[in-house]
Design a protein around this ligand. Structure first.
Ligand code: APR
Length: 232
């Protein structure tokens, strides 16, 4: 089976995960050296942990913002942005909170799990961008702790964001899943919408995942290499 090429498609959806940003030096969440093998997500990435000890959660996030802030988009991010420029109906649906798609030139990135670079006050119901590596005040002017605008374990995804993703997936002629382990739901099931819609389906990963069976093409190896090959 010859590898599908982006030039033969118009309505492409890139569905990306931490494996895409691994080549920028950002650790993935699972697997060897993964964030959750070093930090217990029950202590650092859920609402209960935040209510229990917001300073501890913010200390963790400052470390993450510090590390991610030093990283640059890689060739994989750049290919995706380039394809989107050439094929305007292309959508980028990501689980990543690192903001590297946008920094590579990606447009209207659909961030399923939020962003490291936004904070919100749930009392005032305000969300604002904050790209400072170490947060200034961790509190809103109302005195409440600011929360990172990230979807933590146990949180619901933002319905408006999910609707945008579903709309893109429903009209896709090519779905490319890149660097995700396919174990976190409901995100992991989203590519199936495009597959059911008859889109050509590709999974790029270093290894098989629990959702590999849904993809026609299972390309094994580094994301940036396969994305470059598909961009021929
Ligand atoms: N190229 C391609 N795939 C890669 C590469 C690479 N260079 N490096 C790692 N991978 C693959 C791994 O094999 C793994 O399947 O990327 C995947 C990363 O999986 P996870 O760390 O589980 O990341 P992800 O699937 O994005 O996690 C989903 O879980 O922790 C939560 O909210 C967080 O958005 C995150 C969600």
């Amino acid at each position: 089976m010859t590898t599908p090429l982006f030039r033969n498609f118009e309505r492409i959806v890139f569905f990306t995960g931490a494996g895409l940003s691994a080549e920028s030096g950002i650790p993935t969440f699972r697997g060897k050296g993964g964030v959750w093998s070093q930090y217990d997500y029950k202590e650092y990435a859920c609402q209960e942990a935040f209510e229990r000890d917001p300073e501890k959660v913010w200390d963790f996030l400052d470390v993450r913002r510090g590390a991610v802030g030093k990283c640059e988009p890689n060739a994989g991010h750049r290919v995706i942005a380039e394809v989107q420029k050439a094929k305007p109906a292309t959508a980028i649906v990501t689980q990543n909170v690192d903001g590297l798609h946008a920094r590579a030139g990606g447009r209207d990135v659909i961030e399923l799990h939020g962003s490291l670079w936004r904070v919100r006050c749930d009392r005032e119901r305000v969300v604002r961008k904050d790209a400072s590596v170490s947060m200034g005040s961790r509190k809103c002017s109302c005195g409440e702790y600011l929360r990172p605008d990230i979807v933590w374990f146990g949180d619901m995804l933002d319905e408006r964001v999910v609707r945008r993703a579903i709309k893109a997936l429903e009209s896709a002629d090519l779905i490319v899943s890149v660097g995700t382990s396919g174990v976190v739901y409901p995100a992991a099931d989203l590519p199936r919408i495009a597959v059911r819609g008859g889109a050509t389906s590709v999974e790029i990963n270093l290894e098989d995942t629990p959702v590999s069976e849904m993809f026609e093409y299972r390309l094994r190896g580094p994301a940036s290499e396969w994305l470059a090959k598909m961009n021929a």
